[in-house]
Design a protein around this ligand. Structure first.
Ligand SMILES: [Zn+2]
Length: 88
C-alpha cells in the first residue's frame, strides 16, 4: 500500500492519469479508503480530471477550427466554380 505522503507526492508531481496503471489503482484505492488524506486528495484528483477535460476540449477546438476553415474555403471555391460554369 502507498502512504499518504506517497499519494500526495504523486498527485502534486503530475496528473495522476499519467501514472502507471498499477500506481493509479493503488492511488485511487488509498484515496477511497484513507480517512486522513482521502478527502483532500479526492479533490485534487477531481480538479485534475476537470483540468484534463478542459485541455482536451481546448485541443479539439483547436484541431476542429482550421478544418472548418478549410472546408468553408472548399465550399466557396466550389460555389465560385459553379457560378463561373453558369456564365458560360
Ligand atoms: Zn492517506
Amino acid at each position: 500500500m502507498l502512504t499518504c505522503k506517497q499519494v500526495s507526492n504523486a498527485l502534486s508531481e503530475s496528473d495522476y492519469e499519467k501514472l502507471s496503471p498499477w500506481k493509479k489503482f493503488f492511488l485511487k484505492l488509498h484515496v477511497k479508503l484513507c480517512i486522513f488524506c482521502g478527502k483532500y486528495n479526492r479533490q485534487v484528483m477531481e480538479s485534475q480530471d476537470m483540468c484534463r477535460c478542459y485541455k482536451q476540449h481546448e485541443d479539439s477546438l483547436q484541431t476542429v477550427r482550421p478544418k472548418l476553415g478549410e472546408s468553408k474555403k472548399e465550399e466557396l471555391r466550389r460555389l465560385l466554380a459553379k457560378e463561373a460554369e453558369g456564365k458560360h
